[in-house]
Design a protein around this ligand. Structure first.
Ligand code: PLP
Length: 372
């Protein structure tokens, strides 16, 4: 699998940071350029709407959903907020449950809901991981919603979503999965998982610009929930321009206003590219590169913070180095891009990387990553 030529950013940089921001492909660049040319020379509002629908349909295909069950939102945080805002605290069902090692946004949003009468239960895991059985014991029977990531941003720990969803449902609790660090790196099937809500942005593994995300809502919930930040594009017939018209019966009721059309043009193209490469092939490729990085780290006796078990990791590996600040300075000089996280380095190869990229990272780090 050689997609390097499609990503000019790899020519001068050893880019191993796709969990922060994915690379721009030539193909996405061409699609955006064509859109801008058309906007300039032959403006067509209808084509803008088509771009939004194309992006929605591509994301739906990625997660095995129907497009009508996918809302187009501005970012993952807005998608999570839309779901929380549609919940009402009830006696005996007034807790929002998060994991304290999740990316801050779900926890920050749950905190905000205290003003609306919710309680917020932050569950601690076992070190950097969270096991479904111990989580289930602490979940309680009073949760209105439980939020878990598919893959933890900082450690790369991959959760057994099927077990989490089953455990929550056994307690009458719906689950929102934040799949931003997973979508596009392994197959996620919302129907097989029976997940209630799933959110993902596009600017990491899905290789499109920031400013666009998708929210899957199970049709049973979409029909009865009342989101409170829904604007005109959440109405059943937005182009009737009736402010008092009914909300859409499907996930569109979680939308707000106009989406980033440029973002949708880019995302429709990048999602098509990801699916052309194949999520299964991406998973195998990224796993091999992650395992190569793990082997390099172990050779140097650096502690790997990402779990050892293959089913508990995806495309991120985080490991300690003797001096993370010095290591980052060295890597900046060598034009190797990774992130400092958890007191170590977080490395996130994607299908466009190769073994040489991983090897270059460790050559640059040397034995102890001390500054020259
Ligand atoms: C798991 C996860 N969720 C959400 C976010 C932030 O998403 P957004 O900026 O689209 O709200 C990140 C960013 O790193 C993330 O890793």
């Amino acid at each position: 699998m050689d997609w390097r030529a499609e990503f000019p950013g790899l020519a001068r940089t050893t880019y191993l940071n796709s969990c922060a921001h994915g690379l721009l492909s030539r193909r996405v660049r061409r699609a955006v350029d064509a859109h801008l040319d058309r906007w300039q020379d032959d403006p067509d509002w209808g084509a803008w709407g088509d771009a939004v629908e194309a992006a929605r349909a591509q994301f739906a295909r990625l997660i095995h959903a129907s497009p009508k069950d996918v809302a187009v939102v501005a970012n993952a945080s807005q998608g999570i907020a839309a779901v929380m805002g549609a919940l009402v605290p009830r006696p005996g069902r007034d807790v929002l449950v998060t994991w304290e090692n999740d990316f801050p946004t779900s926890q920050a949003l749950a905190e905000r809901q205290r003003a609306r009468g919710f309680r917020h239960r932050r569950i601690a895991g076992e070190g950097l991981v969270l096991r479904a059985d111990s989580w289930a014991r602490r979940l309680g029977d009073d949760a209105a919603l439980a939020i878990v990531p598919a893959v933890a941003s900082f450690s790369g720990y991959r959760l057994d979503l099927k077990a989490f969803v089953a455990a929550a449902h056994a307690r009458g609790t719906p689950v929102l999965v934040d799949a931003f660090q997973a979508a596009g790196t392994y197959d996620i099937n919302v129907q097989a998982l029976d997940v209630d809500f799933l959110v993902s942005g596009v600017y990491k593994w899905l290789l499109a610009p920031a400013g666009l995300a998708f929210l899957y809502v199970h049709p049973d919930h979409a029909a009865r929930m009342q989101p409170v930040a829904s604007g005109w594009l959440a109405l059943e017939e937005p182009y009737a321009f009736d402010p008092l018209g009914p909300l859409a019966a499907d996930a569109r009721r979680f939308q707000s206003g106009g989406a980033s059309v440029v973002g949708c043009v880019a995302a429709a193209e990048s999602l098509a590219l990801v699916q052309e490469v194949g999520v299964g092939a991406i998973e195998r490729r990224n796993r091999a590169l992650v395992e190569r990085a793990m082997a390099h780290a172990r050779e140097r006796k650096w502690e790997v913070l990402t779990p050892e078990a293959p089913e508990e990791r995806a495309s991120i590996v985080t490991f300690r180095v003797p001096d993370p600040a010095a290591a980052m300075a060295t890597l900046a000089r060598e034009r190797v891009v990774v992130n400092p996280r958890l007191g170590g380095l977080r490395v996130s190869p994607h299908f466009y990387n190769d073994e040489g990229d991983v090897d270059r990272l460790f050559e640059a780090l040397g034995e102890g990553a001390s500054p020259q």
